[in-house]
Design a protein around this ligand. Structure first.
Ligand SMILES: Cc1cc2nc3c(=O)[nH]c(=O)nc-3n(C[C@H](O)[C@H](O)[C@H](O)COP(=O)(O)O)c2cc1C
Length: 653
């Protein structure tokens, strides 16, 4: 039977997208038993995301008509068709990284010999040669009895056993060729159960609950691996499950949705108003730029022109940072919040001007008992998100705005009342006197907004303020599942799971990207980005950045201070940097030949804005205003800004 299978050469490098199921790579080599490969693929689909790799010989035994549609099949040709130039992903390495577990069934005598000898002359053997043996790998040999009994077989099996490959032994029966004896591949059901049981025993060591379906078990197993779930006790886990809608699959979806938005436990860089904060992937924090209120956290009030490590945080792993007007907030992996800078929480010092400053990170004691996973600093208020998805706000939110009773400089957090009390929130974003919350319900993702409605930035079709969080209904009309939200000072943006980007609010300087300066009081899709898949969005005072799944960066809006990253041009009115009314590719970032995964830009009604672009190899590029050292570098004399991205001298790995 000649195989006629459509081969997928889709780029599998989606670093921003977290797995929702364990990922299994099934491989097939040239044995008659390959006709059972399709059954194996189907059985693993029950709990895993499945991708398949076939050798050239095995294609003689595979049948397109019965092959599962949701399994991508790769062959040797894909190695080369997916690689065009230096910098492109190499398929066998990408698949090796992608997979949590690998099963080769059937394993031919030829492929067995090659693996044992370390040969790698096709896609399958290259993956095995590069395999990370801390991840499980199984083989189910299938061959004629004469081959099986050949002394080479034992030698080769010993060699692969030494490597850490798990054997699912063949069985004795009448073989396809008519001979009787050992060498037939184990039944697919045995291969399936052996691999499944080992996989679930290995990562988390929990006792399987017979009440749970296999998919629920898989989801719970994945949850156990996540940083915010691990430290919970059983009662807290059960409460989270109820809050998410009653299943572990929903809990997993909730946790993963949050990880996508916040780069939790990954490197990140935050461009505040004239100061900057960078967190390394191991949780150290560097700060630089303006320090007039101690917002750099070094115990001083002096500017820093180079990234400087905050030494007092030694031993504390920081997983998230927020920077606002003269203040900084940091979140630790233990759910604690540290704040410093102007009118911060904790013991304040009085400067000569009489304002309250805190110059070293202070634990926000009033949040005791709340395990915080994200903080957002808006104008006149701050907000934090707990790991259960509850939102608390501090300061400012008087009765007509954020719907609760806080006073300016109130040290007590107030839970956000209204509909979000019972709906888990995965991400918060704060702008000028308003807050956006991305919520995760069994029915899907949604966005709520609360606070000041000026400019239409709450997205409800009016300029009215909202006292309690209110659902933005337009996403249902657009049939768009929000994935990430961004709150600029006066406008907001969302990226949907299908890759569409939406903007709304005050359209001044073209920051909505619709080709005009018109405002929009409900979310509107940015049509001119229709040919790319957006995965990330960042908003500033009147600026917006959208990042595509291939790492291309588009920016639009206010052109002064070079924070859009386009080369400096003087427009018809003599302005130095023209405003950009429609999304424009940031070619200067394209030239660095790195994949951009995060953009952060100044967002607090502060005109001298700067921008950070972080790449998947943890390199940080900065451009825009640098008058206070916020770019992490000294600028030449008389120069206050830099139009082209330059790498910041900092190691974020
Ligand atoms: C009809 C047919 C059936 C075969 N069945 C097997 C088999 O069950 N096991 C095996 O090891 N080789 C078998 N072979 C030989 C392999 O296909 C051959 O060694 C091939 O080079 C394997 O390539 P691969 O390991 O790259 O898939 C068979 C060959 C043919 C023509």
């Amino acid at each position: 039977m000649m195989a006629n299978i459509e081969i997928a050469s889709e780029n599998i490098k989606h670093d921003n997208i977290q797995p929702v199921k364990p990922r299994i790579l099934l491989a097939v080599s040239g044995s008659v038993a390959a006709i059972k490969f399709e059954i194996l693929c189907r059985s693993f689909l029950e709990w895993a995301e499945v991708r398949a790799v076939a050798t050239k010989s095995s294609l003689h035994f595979l049948d397109k008509a019965s092959f599962p549609r949701d399994v991508i099949l790769y062959t040797d040709d894909d190695e080369w068709s997916s690689w065009k130039k230096i910098g492109d992903g190499v398929l066998h390495i990408e698949l090796r990284k992608w997979a949590d577990i690998m099963v080769i069934a059937p394993l031919s005598a030829n492929t067995l010999a090659k693996i044992a000898g370390g040969l790698c002359d096709n896609l399958l053997t290259c993956i095995v040669r590069a395999w990370d043996y801390s991840k499980p790998i199984f083989v189910a040999p299938a061959m004629n009895t004469f081959m099986w009994n050949n002394p080479f077989t034992k030698r080769h099996l010993d060699a692969i056993n030494e490597l850490g490959v798990n054997l699912i032994p063949p069985v004795t029966k009448r073989l396809a060729c008519g001979d009787y004896g050992n060498g037939a591949m184990a039944e697919p059901s045995v291969i399936y159960s052996t691999a499944t049981c080992t996989f679930f025993r290995k990562p988390s060591n929990f006792t399987p609950d017979v009440q749970l379906s296999i998919t629920e078990l898989a989801a719970l197993d994945m949850c156990q691996e996540r940083a915010i779930f691990k430290p919970m006790n059983s009662e807290e886990k059960e409460l989270l499950k109820q809050r998410c809608g009653g299943s572990w699959k929903l809990v997993l979806r909730y946790i993963l949705a949050g990880e996508i938005c916040c780069r939790r436990e990954k490197s990140q860089a935050i461009a505040g108003p004239s100061h900057s904060v960078a967190v390394t992937s191991s949780g150290s924090v560097y700060s630089f730029g303006s320090n007039s209120s101690g917002q750099l956290g070094h115990g001083t009030l002096e500017e820093e022109w180079r990234p400087r490590l905050i030494r007092s945080l030694q031993g504390i792993r920081i997983i998230q940072a927020a920077a606002g007007a003269r203040r900084t907030m940091l979140i630790s992996d233990a759910g604690q919040v540290y704040a410093f800078g102007k009118e911060s929480f904790g013991e304040a010092e009085h400067t000569t001007e009489g304002s309250n400053v805190v110059t070293t990170p202070q634990l926000v004691k009033s949040l005791k008992g709340i395990y915080v996973v994200q903080a957002a600093i808006g104008n006149f208020f701050s907000a934090v998100l707990s790991r259960e998805g509850r939102v608390y706000t501090f300061c400012w939110g008087n009765d007509s705005k954020l719907g609760h009773r806080t006073e300016p400089n109130d040290l007590e957090p107030h839970p956000l009342l209204g509909p979000l009390e019972n709906i888990p929130v995965v991400q918060i974003a704060a702008g000028y006197c308003y807050l956006l919350a991305l919520a995760c319900q069994p029915s899907g993702m949604s966005v709520y907004s609360v606070g000041c409605g000026l400019g239409g930035k709450l997205g409800h079709g009016s300029m009215a303020d909202e006292k309690y969080p209110r659902l933005i209904e337009q996403f249902q009309t657009l049939n768009l599942q929000p994935r990430v939200v961004a709150a600029g000072a006066w406008h907001a943006a969302v990226v949907g799971q299908d890759g569409r980007a939406c903007t709304w609010g005050w359209g001044r300087y073209g920051c909505l990207g619709h080709g005009t300066e018109e405002s929009e009081s409900v979310p509107r899709v940015v049509e001119s980005l229709g040919n790319m898949k957006a995965v990330h969005v960042a908003t500033g005072d009147y600026t917006t950045f959208v990042v595509s799944d291939t790492g291309d960066v588009y920016s639009f809006g206010y052109g002064e201070s070079s924070s859009l990253g386009h080369s400096s041009v003087i427009d018809g009115q003599g302005n130095r940097n023209a405003n950009v009314l429609s999304p424009k590719l940031v070619t200067s970032l394209k030239k660095i030949n790195e994949r951009v995964v995060q953009i952060s830009l100044t967002n607090s009604v502060y005109w001298n804005a700067h921008t950070f672009a972080l790449t998947d190899s943890d390199k940080l590029y900065a451009f825009g205003s640098g008058d206070k050292g916020q770019l992490g570098a000294e600028l030449p004399a008389q120069q206050t800004e830099r139009a082209m991205p330059e790498q910041v001298d900092i190691n974020l790995s």
